[in-house]
Design a protein around this ligand. Structure first.
Ligand SMILES: [Zn+2]
Length: 676
């Protein structure tokens, strides 16, 4: 683990244009660089790199951050991996953080486990080519399946000889202890004292972490022995957690990100076969049924999953469970079903790569509609089965995030099963209610923490000691849901609120002179930080922001000020919330984008902030308050209507209105404008 001081030295050394420039061709534009965004498809550049602030920002898709973030997004590195990459690039020696003896022991244990796994992988791969049996059995099998040597090497495939202790003896001779061989699962030690190679007589598929280290194996038997399992997998270990691993992800991740789509197949052989056929955005959940952890791994690269099913009609129920889980994690799910008794591998062998690609393209379908069709065949005239099935399908429909899509499914479902739409809508409403309740409960259980925790950035990080520096500092701020953020453009006070936040972010740590009224009508000048002036003023008046992202940013400043410090812009550069990072960094890159509009709309001359920060802050605050007063006036108008003839109430309202008008007049006088 890298200690905080080294992290700072790395970040200080980074020059954003050099880091991004390695992956993107940048053009100089003024003091900035521009390019077509590497994160979304575009023809005219909206991706801006700003050396002065050491950040990048895309005005098309909103991606933004510093050099570390860029590597995490573009190369899918973990935080630690990105730092190590940059340390190497800028020749910075990494000083490992202080570790307790316990942590050091754990780290050593993990290192040894990685070593022995890599040692085993090399050993098995060597046997495949350089041993007579390895060639005759293992290599023959892979070649027989149409796999090229190139793909065999890419996936690190190998063969474990059908001897009791071939590998174990070799590993012992090379200094690996029985303890390590046991924990890694490579060797089995039975209670009766038997010792043997777990994977003997099998072809070996190493399982890689997302950064390319061998963590375990999944091995297939080649004989048709019914007493033996077709696949044997490594048991979970300190470096390998099945439920958070996908087979093939290391080899597939860039293709998944590029295609913005991931094929999910059932077995290892299918993964290798798909890659061999040019469909490289393919992974499999190996040794488990699909888990939430695995889905979140995929979600780091794409939200679009196409589930590929073998043609053996493995129960619709199982299909529905996987689908529900995917929907629940907010994925867009489609599916491909292979013809009877075929899987991607057998299909590719029979018909070739091109046909496989065509099949995948032509047979992709909507998974909900597919389920409806299968059910229709399945239930026919059995009313009890039909009722059960409908409950299941309605539960699935309730998980579809899009409202229009949901109501479309209800229509189709109603017509297919000859039911009234209203009945189905009622069922759906019920399912939606249950779902909302479940989500609410889940969020309560976590003490106000967001209900969905992001996956650790890599297996290595996941198993790392908790005290290690593994993520940027995170100030607890309320999270903004995408739905709320989608309302972003609908806030009428956007411009006023935007201006305040821009000042906080760009000028918050500047000092300005404030004129303050003191006793006897005199005034005094005080020097104060812009952030303190803004936060203090808005807090005193008890005002809030309509835009939740702005409110969150404002809260972050307020929180820091309460602690007696100023918020550093690094807070935004590192912020794990994409909405906040993007909003703030956009303001940092182009601080004046709304100025023109602002002036036209409000007949207020906005001074150049660097020369007239004090004036600018005052104006912005006053206009912000004016808008809030207008809101209160509108509320009052409603209350006047509602009050009817009640004189007491009318009197109170009138007084309130007079007070607001007076405040408004004063504010208007201060900003030297007629504000209607
Ligand atoms: Zn973009």
């Amino acid at each position: 683990m890298i200690d905080p001081e080294t992290i700072q030295r790395i970040k200080d050394a980074v020059r954003i244009e050099e880091v991004v420039g390695e992956f993107v061709s940048l053009k100089k534009r003024g003091s900035n660089y521009i390019a077509c965004c590497p994160f979304h498809n575009e023809k005219t550049p909206s991706f801006v790199v700003t050396p002065a602030k050491n950040i990048y920002k895309c005005f098309g898709c909103g991606k933004a951050g510093d050099g570390v973030r860029f590597l995490m997004e573009h190369e899918h590195y973990s935080y630690q991996e990105a730092l190590r990459y940059l340390a190497k690039k800028y020749n910075i020696d990494i000083v490992e953080g202080e570790q307790t003896p316990e942590q050091r022991q754990k780290q050593n244990e993990r290192d040894v486990l990685y070593h022995v796994s890599e040692f085993a992988q090399k050993y098995f791969a060597d046997l495949l080519y350089n041993d007579e049996m390895g060639r005759a059995v293992g290599l023959n099998y892979f070649h027989g399946r149409g796999m090229t040597d190139e793909i065999i090497k890419r996936f690190g495939l190998g063969y474990c000889l059908d001897e009791w202790r071939g590998f174990t003896d070799y590993a012992r001779k090379n200094g690996y202890s029985d303890e390590v061989l046991k924990t890694s699962g490579l060797t089995v030690f039975t209670d009766e004292g038997k010792v043997y190679d777990r994977f003997r007589g099998r072809v070996t598929f190493p399982i890689f972490s997302t950064s390319g280290r061998v963590m375990g194996f999944s091995c297939r038997i080649l004989t048709k022995d019914k007493d033996k399992a077709k696949y044997v997998n490594s048991p979970d270990s300190p470096i390998y957690d099945k439920s958070n691993t996908l087979y093939g992800l290391y080899q597939a991740r860039q293709a998944i990100a590029k295609a913005d789509k991931c094929y999910l197949v059932e077995g290892n052989v299918d993964v290798v076969s798909m890659h061999q056929s040019g469909v490289e955005n393919t992974v499999a959940s190996c040794g488990t049924s699909l888990t939430v952890g695995q889905i979140r791994l995929i979600r780091r690269y794409t939200k679009n999953v196409t589930v590929v099913y073998d043609g053996d009609k493995a129960g619709v129920k199982a299909t529905i469970r996987a689908t529900d889980l995917l929907f629940e994690e907010g994925m867009h799910v489609r599916m491909v079903m292979f013809p009877d008794d075929d899987d991607p591998d057998s299909y590719a062998q029979k018909h070739g790569s091109t046909m496989l690609q065509e099949y995948l393209r032509d047979h992709e379908e909507n998974i909900v509609l597919y389920q409806l069709r299968v059910m229709q065949d399945d239930v026919k005239n059995d009313p009890i089965r039909k009722a059960e099935m409908l409950k299941d399908i309605v539960k699935t429909i309730a998980l579809v995030p899009d409202l229009l899509e949901r109501s479309e499914y209800v229509k189709i479902c109603a017509s297919r099963f000859g039911m009234s739409e209203q009945t189905l809508q009622r069922e759906l409403a019920n399912a939606l209610y249950l779902k909302a309740q479940k989500e609410f409960k889940a969020s309560q259980d976590k003490n106000g923490q967001p209900a969905v925790a992001e996956p650790p950035l890599s297996q290595e990080d996941a198993a790392a000691p908790a005290s290690a520096v593994s993520a940027p500092e995170q100030v607890a701020v309320p999270t903004v849901s995408p739905q709320t953020a989608a309302l972003y453009n609908m806030f009428p006070d956007e411009l006023q609120e935007n201006k305040i936040i821009r000042l906080l972010i760009n000028n918050g740590n500047q000092v300005i002179k404030q004129t303050v009224k003191v006793e006897g009508g005199k005034t005094e000048e005080h020097a104060e930080y812009v952030a303190a002036v803004i936060v203090g003023d808005i807090y005193n008046d008890g005002l809030t922001f309509d835009n939740p992202i702005y409110q969150t940013i404002f809260n972050a400043y307020a929180q820091k000020l309460q602690q007696g410090t100023l918020l550093d812009s690094q807070f935004f550069v590192d912020n794990p919330d994409e909405q906040i990072r993007s909003t703030a960094l956009e303001m940092m890159v182009e601080p004046y984008t709304v100025s023109d509009q602002w002036e036209k709309l409000h007949h207020v001359s906005v001074q150049h902030p660097e020369n007239h920060v004090a004036e600018d802050v005052e104006n912005a605050l006053n206009i912000f308050k004016l808008r809030k007063i207008d809101h209160k006036m509108n509320d009052l108008a409603q209350q006047f209507k509602a009050a009817g003839q009640d004189e007491k109430v009318l009197e109170a309202l009138l007084q309130e209105k007079m007070a607001l008008l007076a405040a408004k007049k004063e504010l208007c006088a201060q900003i030297h404008c007629v504000y209607n």
